[in-house]
Design a protein around this ligand. Sequence first.
Ligand code: PRX
Length: 635
Amino acid sequence: MVPKISTLSGYLHEQQKSIANPTGFWANIAETFFWRKKWKDVLDWDFNIPKVEWFKNGKLNITENIFERHIFIQGEQKALIWEPNDPDEPNIEYTYNELFSKVKRFANVLRRHSIKKGDRVAIYLPMVPELAIAMLSCARIGAIHSVIFAGFSANALQERINDAKAKILITADQGLRGKKVINLKETADEALRSCPTINSNIVVRRTGGTINWNNEKDVWWHGEMDKVTDESKAETMDSEDPLFILYTSGSTGKPKGVVHTTGGYMVYTAYTFKNVFQYSNGDIYFCAADIGWITGHSYIIYGPLLEGATTIMFEGTPTFPNPSRYWDIINKYQVNQFYTSPTAIRSLIALGEEWIENTEMKSLKVLGTVGEPINEEAWHWYHDHVGKNRCPIVDTWWQTETGGIMISPIAGIIPTKPAFATLPLPGIQPVIMDEAGNKLCGNSVEGSLCIQFPWPGIARTHWNDHQRFKESYFSQFPGYYFTGDGAKRDEDGYYRILGRMDDVINVAGHRLGTAEIENAINEHPLVSESAVVGFQHKIKGQGIYAYVVCNDLPKKDDGEELRNSITKGVSKMISPIAKPDKIQFTHSLPRTRSGKIMRRILKKIAEGKGDYGDISTLTNPEIVEEIIEGNKKIQ
Ligand code: PRX
């Protein structure tokens, strides 16, 4: 088990040690895992290439570290608790022994379907236990999983399958979220019309609803599981062999396949999970994220299971059957650590205090947030109403690319401050840069947040596009990893994340590229171009504001119809999560002389702020007035 920090001086000591001798620091932690063969070098790196390799030539399998390593001591301990969408439906609880048996079985299913080490497996599942089993089974045999969030459209699914050249898809008949039934198989069928690399489609029966069946490709999960045994040897992996790909949005239109490798990701997720949440043996831990995103990968599956924790996986939504659902789950399982997003908190605040008033939640020890800045009001509500003034809040800052939590309080040990992610975890060396690329030393500074030394969980590349990986994070500030976020370090040395500095918007904790949304809007036959910006949104943190230029501007009455059809198009191309909240039609967009759209102005207008700065450099300054007027009409 990884070491656990238990005092503030212990934290300061570890932090110092990790900066003075990072490789020694991480090697000590890595020693606590099971390696079939020890690594030769702890770290080989050069951010200019960029290249980062941790524990290279070390041989291991991450599932041996989850199962075989724990089985003798706690095979009968609960590993995974699955709470269904409908509280009246029975839940499912797997001990480590039981989960292991399922994982080995499904590993054999994959092998029967000719999946080998290095092959890509696309997983498009709702929050059902088979999702966890499928991921771990891939890891067992060395296949690279690519989980695609079940809210994505057929088009988005297809794009991700084809980019990774996945050989097999795992989906479900339908998914359940609140009162909604999501026709996953139907969407998958549509995507598979043009996915030449997919040989089979394994379908989990979740609802038993009617679906189309393709005898050539489709097989039932349960049917396949019956054909195999639960004896399955783990594949030997190099520490630097890829574990998974997870697609995320960047500032260009195409989603990027962030690649995480085995050894470093294992060490980093386990270490950060145990320390940030101060997990103790026997605690019940509940992360309400979706496994379709990195939070679910690192802090529902890998981090907790590597530490022998009991982790809850929740299929439903915070408001079904009523807005007490999270609190009911916390009471039902006596949850000790609860981890959710600021958007979920804000949406529950908006529904009123009566849903939380009489909830006890005495078991809670730690609360966490992730994915977006938390405003002070939400922080206090979380602290007072959920934590009943006794639970520290860990505001965890990190990213898909960082693999695990980077800047965060260690629960109960690092004093918190509302809306601050506070201090870097041991092993993390954040720096703040000014626009000219100078490192800003000392406290009370603000600028671009970079990291100046590799940590084991850092992404290694973008699938099939190392050049883009380099451009995205290592070119703006040579020699540093640029996070894309702005941050301030206050007078106490505490970090506050100020949000994205690039063309990425964070809507309800979902990261979306503005270019990706614009591409989808521009597909509409009546649209000639568009510009998308984020604006402050009371619940979602940021909303999506689209300025749309049409070939024929809609007349007063048909604007609404066109808006609806643009919105539908975006849902179809990407996902309902990418639907613009506001669409404003305009004759043109403000452009600089070099033809670049002046987003700064569009963002200010969308947020209802004045002071547009110098607009004399625009080729069409007169359009600004028109856009301001148009904006007033759609507020
Ligand atoms: O802008 C930051 C924001 O979410 C971005 C990363 O998004 P994604 O890769 O989807 O991962 C989300 C889950 C880790 C960051 O660049 N972000 C994440 N956590 C915080 C945050 N912003 C402020 N405070 C946080 N705690």
